[in-house]
Design a protein around this ligand. Structure first.
Ligand SMILES: [Fe+2]
Length: 206
């Protein structure tokens, strides 16, 4: 019998106190940097912060030319885009959930500001979804930039919305536990998760 060689698994080390400070930038591909520039400076009110022109990607060495552009928010965090000529259109999502769930949210100061954004975006011809009250945590509206990036403008309704660590730990265990139990019992996982969601919904008063 031959011995099976297994690759050594990485050890699970405890984090030594390293947590990122803030969002530096989030980046996407654009096929129209002029429309992107107009959208982020005029409509989103961001400052043009920085640019790079190169014919080689520094991190990987890939040699295609690109224009890299950054737009800055009030806290210094940025949105960035790359325009590279000749790129084919991106592949389509395999399920609508990807287009709904993948998004980035930008914070504003108040409920009134969310509604000012709603009016401003609508005035500019954008399709805006909402406002949606997320279980008393945050109030949000949703729309898309010219590149199809789903954006959210949100304001916290609960000042501790991002500080519910203990209940989040319990929910994490609940979700993982229910999923593993469904797997063990050979049940349909989607159905088991629907049941879990219905059982926990009572807490939100829905
Ligand atoms: Fe969100």
């Amino acid at each position: 019998m031959s011995e099976t060689l297994e690759a050594p698994k990485a050890a699970m080390h405890a984090n030594p106190g390293l947590t990122p400070t803030m969002l530096n930038h989030a980046a996407w591909v654009t096929h129209d940097v002029e429309a992107t520039h107009d959208f982020y400076t005029r409509i989103m009110g961001m400052d043009l912060a920085s640019t790079v022109i190169d014919d080689k990607v520094p991190s990987t060495g890939d040699d295609f030319p690109y224009f890299h552009i950054f737009f800055k928010m009030k806290d210094g965090s940025t949105f960035a885009f790359f325009e590279a000529p000749g790129l084919p259109a991106p592949s389509k999502s395999t399920h609508p959930a990807y287009d709904i769930f993948n998004h980035i949210a930008l914070e504003v100061s108040s409920r009134e500001d969310v509604m000012k954004w709603y009016d401003w975006l609508t005035l500019n011809g954008l399709d805006v979804v909402g406002p949606t009250d997320h279980k008393g945590m945050i109030l949000s509206i949703y729309f898309h930039d010219p590149n199809g990036v789903r954006l959210e403008i949100t304001t916290p309704l609960d000042e501790n919305w991002n500080n519910h660590t203990e209940s989040a730990q319990r929910d994490f265990a609940l979700w993982i536990g229910a999923k593993e139990k469904a797997k063990r019992e050979g049940r349909d996982i989607t159905q088991a998760m629907i049941e879990l969601a219905r059982e926990t919904r009572e807490r939100y008063g829905d």
